[in-house]
Design a protein around this ligand. Sequence first.
Ligand code: B1M
Length: 209
Amino acid sequence: MLDLVEIRDSVINGARNEVRDLVEKAVGEGGDAQKILNEGLVAAINVVGDKFEKGEFFLPELVMSAAAMREGLKILRPLLEQGNVKLFKVAVIGTVRGDIHDIGKSIVGIMLEGAGFSVIDLGVDVETDRFIEAIRQNNADLLGMSALLTTTMENMRGVIGALKKAGLNIKTMVGGAPLTEQFANEIGADGYAPNAASAVRKASELVKG
Ligand code: B1M
């Protein structure tokens, strides 16, 4: 039987090998990858975040839990990508300058690939020039930017301004825990999504036609 509680606990405890074994087992038993992701891994990392906020967890615990989550993601990735009928639109994604949080951005990337996008993931701490270069090189249809810090989300504004200056006509989508629809509108982004599922819907909507 699919044991999501055990997976959750292992991520919370930062037990990488255990997470890998449990996720492999869950997948082997026919568990739904999306369910394992949302109710196992993502649920766990949210608990870790709450504990960090309350001062019950410190940075080492955060780092270990994040590493454990990535171990599980590695196994789920190919399954989340299945159903990828045809790669048709190109999305360049990345976490903005100064920010090294990449879990949410990577999930969004995987889901976009699953939805048929060709995704160029520039990783974390991405400078404005690198975004622009990648958009040009790949003739991208969509730029997706992620930020997890209130200090770094401001850097999105600069990227959007630089795109306009460079005369690049590309749709932009932003997301990350501290963002809001209002902030996205204020910085001139074309779309905002609060989670990976809505990011796929929003991205598809933006590049349609
Ligand atoms: Co940090 N961290 N962290 N952290 N960390 C947060 C974000 C924080 C809220 C924790 C807290 O204080 N409660 C806080 C930010 C406070 C703020 O500014 N508002 C914080 C802090 C302060 C920091 C440091 C400054 C800590 C320090 O050094 N003192 C430091 C900053 C480093 C840096 O970036 N320069 C830091 C470091 C780290 C680790 C390295 C230890 C690790 C990251 C590891 C990694 O990513 N490889 C880490 C982690 C794990 C977290 C928490 C616990 C979890 C983040 C996460 O992965 N969530 C986080 C607390 C929390 O969020 N509960 C926290 C799971 C992920 C699936 O959700 O990323 O929100 P999320 O993505 C979602 C949506 O937001 C959305 O879809 C995703 C999937 O549903 N989404 C998009 C995301 N991007 C999108 C893009 C889109 C659309 C939707 O379109 C393009």
